[in-house]
Design a protein around this ligand. Structure first.
Ligand SMILES: Cc1cc2nc3c(=O)[nH]c(=O)nc-3n(C[C@H](O)[C@H](O)[C@H](O)COP(=O)(O)OP(=O)(O)OC[C@H]3O[C@@H](n4cnc5c(N)ncnc54)[C@H](O)[C@@H]3O)c2cc1C
Length: 489
């Protein structure tokens, strides 16, 4: 369905015609016919991401306000057309990839445009010699990985949401995959990109392995959440996939012992691809079905063709042992590998229309990060802030570095119904973010800020740091049309 360009024509006299042009119709007239929709089903789908609160409100029947239209561009030039029109008419635009964000990054108000990049899903080039793929931003993660594997390559970027997220969303939300110990996060793959700035100007940053030509503009867009530009394609570094993974697992007497053990494992430079460690609750959740006897568990996975594999595994086991880690066998890792993305479906069933745990129940995750020297304090602070509002809290180390680690909390809240649980949810987040910032951590390791955490960004970045970001935003998007309210409150 397309609106007409002239909504009304008025005869003002024999020589003058005043044409009242509907801005939406004007936009439609500048785009290919199949790029524009105002069908209600498309508007509803474009109106939210996987943010717990958005899903809760939808199933509760308090639908989000619908955008005026969803545009599905096929080219960078289509995106430029939309952003030129948006600045002209001062209409906000929200870029949308897979809509799998969990912080309300995609949440248009009435009258806004959703720029759905899902039609821009082609591999533009595969430079096999450099192991670099040039891919459009709307490419789905699982499909990209399948195409790379068919060419004996892997991106090595495996977020749990790989089946429901896109390349552009990974860049814009600063994504980290489960294999970050071996492959790094999205910024480590990002070698070049094309993006459209507010007003429709196109910026192309050539692919290079590294550059000292000023501040890294590619990185400026990592985590920018559609507020500084719309990414339309990217060059990503890949590698040869291993034939499989060799797994080790360790039981630890406490979660603090897991922290100490994995800190030493990551510092042993063993070349592990996966390093993850769980508290008692998350150990039971992840490994209970395979007969885990209780206590805390950690897994370490290596590419099975890694040179010196056995010596590396021995070094990791020794590092774990120094903190009380005892071997649990290879089964834990294989079990985790098989079930590593099950949470996507579970989350959909709990927060979607099925309401698996019944009305009044909400689940969410919070992933913070901090240095090893303050990690215990950070973990205890966030855990007790969440525990004051919730029925259950679990935690694991999902991304481990020589200097520190992420802490990934999963929590379950219960209200008397879907309305009362919302207040509890907001109070839990507020207290947990404050506890995190007080303990010196960052409030998000890889989910980003969205609308959920935007009110706390200034507290994390400090007045001057926040002022810098605000100045960049104002310079790049003076009309303020790129995803207002996300990232920057
Ligand atoms: C069950 C579950 C598990 C998850 N696991 C992980 C995980 O392991 N690791 C991880 O990093 N994340 C994870 N996430 C979060 C989410 O998948 C990531 O944030 C992902 O990067 C979002 O990609 P998307 O394409 O769905 O982006 P969207 O949700 O569509 O958008 C995210 C943000 O980026 C902006 N945006 C999207 N595309 C563009 C573009 N082309 N140009 C500019 N801005 C754009 C949007 O406006 C929005 O602000 C998980 C989510 C769920 C629901």
């Amino acid at each position: 369905m397309r609106p007409r360009v002239e909504s009304q024509a008025e005869q003002a006299g024999p020589r003058a015609t005043i044409r009242v042009v509907d801005p939406l119709a004007l936009l439609a007239s500048r785009l290919p016919p199949d790029a524009f929709t105002i069908e209600s089903v498309d508007l509803a789908e474009g109106s939210r991401d996987w943010w717990t609160l958005a899903m809760l409100r939808e199933t509760r029947g308090d639908g989000a306000s619908l955008p005026a239209a969803v545009v599905r561009p096929a080219t960078t030039e289509d995106v430029a057309t939309v952003l030129a029109w948006a600045s002209e008419t001062r209409t906000p635009v929200v870029a949308r990839g897979g809509g799998s964000g969990v912080c309300g990054g995609v949440r248009p108000s009435a009258g806004w445009i959703v720029l759905d990049l899902s039609r821009m899903d082609r591999i533009l080039d595969l430079d096999v010699e450099s192991q670099v793929v040039h891919v459009e931003a709307g490419m789905n993660g699982e499909r990209l990985e399948a195409e790379l594997q068919a060419n004996r390559l892997t991106l090595g970027h495996y977020p749990q949401s790989i089946a429901i997220s896109t390349v552009g969303g990974w860049i814009a939300a600063s994504s980290a995959g489960q294999a970050s110990a071996g492959h790094g996060a999205i910024e480590d793959h990002l070698l070049g990109l094309t993006a459209v700035l507010a007003g429709g100007r196109i910026v192309r940053l050539r692919p290079v392995p590294r550059s000292a030509s000023g501040p890294d503009l590619r990185r400026l867009l990592v985590g920018s959440e559609g507020t500084l530009a719309v990414v339309t394609d990217a060059w990503l570094g890949c590698s040869a996939p291993p034939p499989g993974y060799a797994w080790d697992a360790f039981g630890f007497p406490s979660f603090h012992a897991v922290m100490d053990g994995l800190r030493d494992v990551v510092r042993a430079h063993t070349g592990a691809t996966f390093i993850r460690g769980y508290d008692q609750t998350d150990s039971a959740l992840n490994f209970g079905s395979m007969g885990h006897a209780g206590g805390c568990a950690a897994i370490v996975g290596f590419a099975s063709d890694l040179p010196g594999l056995e010596a590396r595994r021995t070094a990791a086991a020794e590092a774990a042992r120094s903190s009380g880690g005892t071997p649990l066998g290879e089964g834990y890792g294989h079990h985790w590998e098989q079930h590593r993305n099950d949470a996507v479906e579970l989350y959909r069933r709990v927060m979607g229309p099925e309401r698996l745990f019944g009305p009044g129940v909400a689940v969410d995750t919070m992933e913070v990060a901090g240095l090893w020297s303050g990690l215990r304090e950070l973990e205890e602070g966030v855990r007790s802030a969440l525990a004051a509002h919730t029925e259950a809290v679990g935690c694991h180390l999902s991304h481990v570095y020589p200097a520190g680690s992420s802490l990934y909390f999963t929590f379950l809240l219960r209200g008397t119904d879907d309305r009362t649980v919302e207040a509890t949810y907001l109070a839990a987040w507020e207290d947990a973010v404050r506890a995190c910032l007080e303990a010196g951590g960052t409030m998000t390791h890889h989910h980003g800020v969205g609308r959920l955490k935007a009110p706390f960004l200034e507290e994390e970045l400090g007045r001057e740091g926040f002022g810098m970001l605000r100045a960049i935003k104002d310079a790049l998007d003076p009309a303020g049309v790129l995803n207002p309210g996300a990232l920057l409150p």
